[in-house]
Structure formats: C-alpha cells, structure tokens
Design a protein around this ligand. Structure first.
Ligand SMILES: C[S@@+](CC[C@H](N)C(=O)[O-])C[C@H]1O[C@@H](n2cnc3c(N)ncnc32)[C@H](O)[C@@H]1O
Length: 202
C-alpha cells in the first residue's frame, strides 16, 4: 500500500469536497504563498508537491502553477480542471528547470527523510519553500534545523485559521493576534512556514 492509494477514490472533485469553502480556503492559502517570506512576482513558477487536484492553482493566476502528485487519479482530475500536473513521487521529483517557489500542503509527512527532501528542494528552488505543519505533531525547532541544514536559514511563520470543514470567516482575524493564535494552535489548525535563504546568500 502506498501513501497515495487512499486518495484515488477521492480524486474527482477533491478540492470542492475536501474544503467547506474551497474558494475561501485555497484563496487564503494562495495569498500566503505569494506574500509570506520573499514575495512572488508575476510569471514566477510555483511547484506544488503532493498537489491533489491542483485546486490551489486556480488562485495563483499571475504565476505559472505546476503540480506534482503520485496518485494517477489525482493527476487525471487535475488535468481535467485544466491544470499542468506531473505524475511523480515528491521524494524523487526534480523539475527540468529551477522554480521560484515550491509548496507542500497537508503532505510534509510523506517525506521519506525530511532533511533530504528539503535539501533536494533547496537545490532547485530559487526563492522560497512554503509548507504547512501541525505544531502538535512536529516540533518547529526540529523542522527549522532541517531547513538550516538545507541552507534555508530564514523562516517566517503564520497561523492558518481557515477551517477545513466549517465556514468560520472571522477566525482569520486571529492569525495576527499572537497570544490568541498560540492558544488556538494548541488545539487545532496549522502553521504556514516560508523558508528562504538570507539576503545575499546563494
Ligand atoms: C491530504 S492530500 C493534500 C492535497 C493538496 N495538497 C491539498 O492540500 O488539498 C495529500 C496528497 O498527497 C499525495 N501523495 C501522497 N504521497 C505522495 C508522494 N509520495 N508523492 C507525491 N504525492 C503524494 C496524495 O495523492 C494526495 O493527493
């Protein structure tokens, strides 16, 4: 059994069925992909590893969005919605040309070896790596150490408070309230991380 088998039956309509309000959820994620850490520019390539059906691409119209997923069914569903998708395992994939940003959402646990994956990604990513972590499952300091080992020594984080299964639009306001955010993160939700090199570092 592979880590992607269980997604085959959910591939068609993934984004719309997985999120209570896919537009609110994915547009906020896209906004943070653009703005957290070094900003993205028009024309930049965003490589989304373990992309599902590539729904995030609908909200990055100024960038070139390329998704990668190991599930054939997800790749087919993404292509049906008009996305550029590659069928590959995120642990082995290398794009033919460097990309400006790489993203991984709800899939960092599919890294066979997280530090090696970050090193591989740092090799082909020019500006930043953006991903989410559940801080109740992973220690941020350990994630930071793996990023540093890959040369990504600058890390910016932001709580992500758009719920998956319910529409609670006002909750997003708490993302910028550090004390409330820390409290909420103890019980639910994820942290978005943007890792990059310090200015001047190659
Ligand atoms: C929880 S879904 C997340 C999909 C999308 N990123 C999102 O946030 O909606 C996890 C995705 O990871 C894919 N996946 C699992 N293992 C993988 C691997 N080793 N390489 C690439 N994709 C993988 C699955 O097929 C599935 O589409």
């Amino acid at each position: 059994m592979t880590s992607w088998d269980k997604y085959a039956g959910k591939a068609r309509g993934w984004s719309e069925q997985e999120y209570a309000r896919a537009d609110a959820y994915l547009s906020h994620r896209a906004e943070l992909v653009r703005s957290l850490g070094p900003a993205l520019r028009a024309g930049d390539v965003v490589l989304d590893l373990a992309c599902g059906d590539g729904g995030l691409g609908d909200f990055l119209p100024e960038q070139r969005y390329v998704g990668v997923d190991a599930s054939e069914e997800m790749v087919a569903a993404g292509r049906e919605r008009g996305r550029e998708l590659v069928h590959a395992d995120l642990n082995d994939y290398e794009p033919p040309q460097p990309v400006q940003a790489t993203t991984i959402f709800r899939a960092i646990y599919y890294a066979r070896d997280r530090r090696k994956l970050f090193e591989r990604i740092a090799g082909y990513t020019e500006r930043k790596l953006v991903f989410d972590v559940n801080p109740r499952q992973y220690r941020l300091e350990e994630v930071r150490a793996d990023l540093r080992a890959a040369g990504l020594d600058r890390l910016e984080t932001r709580p992500f408070f758009v719920p998956q299964t319910r529409a609670l639009p006002l909750l997003k306001l708490f993302e910028r309230r550090p004390l409330l955010a820390r409290l909420l993160l103890r019980y639910r939700f994820t942290l978005l991380c943007a890792a990059s090199r310090r200015a001047g570092a190659s």
